[in-house]
Design a protein. Sequence first.
Length: 646
Amino acid sequence: MTRRLGLLGAVALVAVLFLAVNMLAGATLRSLRFDATQGRAFTLTTGSRAIARAPDEPVRLTFYYSAKLAAGRPTFQRYAQRVRELLEEYARVSGGKVRLEVVDPEPFSEQEDRAVAAGVQGIPTGVPGENVYFGLAGTNSVDGREVIPVFDPSKERFLEYDVTRLLYALANPVKRVVGLMTGLPMEGGFSMDPRTGQPAQTPPWRMVEELRAVFEVRSVATDAAAIPPEIGVLILAHPKGLSDATLYAIDQFVMRGGRLLAFVDPLCENDPAAPTPADRASDLSRLLGAWGVEVAPGTLAADGTYAMRVMTGTRERPEAVPYVVWLAVPKDGLSADDAVTGGLGQVNLATAGVIGPKAAAEGATPVASPVTITPIITTSDKAARMATDLLGFPPDPKKLLLAHAPGSERLTLAARLTGAVASAFPAGAPMPADVATPAAGAPPTATHLARSEGPINIVLVADADLLSDDLWVREENLFGQFTAARRLADNADLVVGAADQLGGSDDLLSVRARGASARPFDVVEGMRRRAEARYLAEQTMLEEQLALTQRKIAELEQAKGGEGGALMLTPEQEAEIERFRAEQVQTRAKLREVRLGLRRDIERLGDQLTFLNVAAVPLLVAVGAAGLGWYRASRRGAARSGAATG
């Protein structure tokens, strides 16, 4: 009895010690952190730490979270805990520069009025007058205000970036100026509504909104004769039909140290002013050619490995087909060594071109490029060039897939251009068309720079469609109350990060999406692509055979109607029709079998993966445990035998 009481006392003592140690640790060891997650998802990046310490005066963050009303809602509670811990980490590492306040705005309270005035949006609970608030408001010493109206759980991987960007805006109330020169409707405007026939206002592209959150974005006319001196970075989107005077202004901007982010597209699908696909190409060859670089004219990058899947076929029989000129470039195609792309997960492009050294004219001796071309976005090593003429109007993704012959090289889709270069206008500013040409040997304009004052720094992207909303963001209904943008790719991070880095700051650029919500099964996708390639050729052949058979039947049946509706077919023709109909039935059966075969292969692959996860791994663990048990039993048996013998 005494022994049992002693055992119970020991258990109670251990329990008390356990609780005491946890309480002591919670009170004294809160500053200790150990992040064992993949990619250190709960550890602030170096850039976030630097920005948190950057403000000259303290920044105040107010986290509005309706904890009482959110009780019983696991989605809110789990994510709110994640947000609060992250905000506390910012305050901890800031050295007092970031001050955090947590407010629980109850219905009809003064705190609720504060949340509404700050711009935090309430999410109705269904009970009249009750709203859940889950947002962040920030202020600085000069009355600057920034707000995240709602923390969306589906955007968790962008949480750190969103908070850091808010802090960056508060710490830098005077935004750097970025110029935007484009013929695309990026800044909104008016377009003709086809339903009413009246002009309707169109909103700015989300890419412009992302840029405005960090920079002061100023429009630069496409016929500008000079780039304003306060602009440090010029974004040139789809430069089409620029005059020599405007090209000269860009040239001199680069010569005097201005940074250029250029999107040159051999076929821009978002060009509203182009009547035909042939008119959708932009061109910067006057400048790039002088610097030894080109975006190959009339050429697209086609890649079956990175191809996006698009829906084709009919409504009754839709098919998902890889569209080889629409590319979802994963981390493998994004340079890990470049500050702009090193932290990105995926960039989506559409009908992108190919960047490379300028091709020498026929019969001319190739000349080394004066700039260094450093690829930052590339295709896979199975890509090939494709002429823009093959696309047709409208393009057929299935035919393009069949026409695509995989290559053996990585094609450059975006690159950094660096090096000292000469002006593309060695004679100085071009003369206006109504002024006589100056005499030969006349001195150039006094302000003209014949060479760059230092190494140029240009980021060149062979696609302008990646700027459009369709390629990287989707509008979704959030909590059934209002719309929010869900990012599909890191296109905005690419553009904002490149502009920020070109402007001289690397802190915000280093903060990237953490913990991607969806991780592709690369092996599974590879098997899917190989299966599709194997079946697609046979499917296309059968579809062409079926179409030919149907045309022959239609041609023969046209002869059925004569005067008075009398039949005019011979027995041989009737037999031919029956034969074609039987052939049509057989072809359709084969086509169904091909489609079923593809689905069976994919389902078989899924069954194999399920077996490996559900049965094979536990079975291996069980076999290992049984083997270990047998080994230990054998050892004990051998030991007892040895003892008995001794």
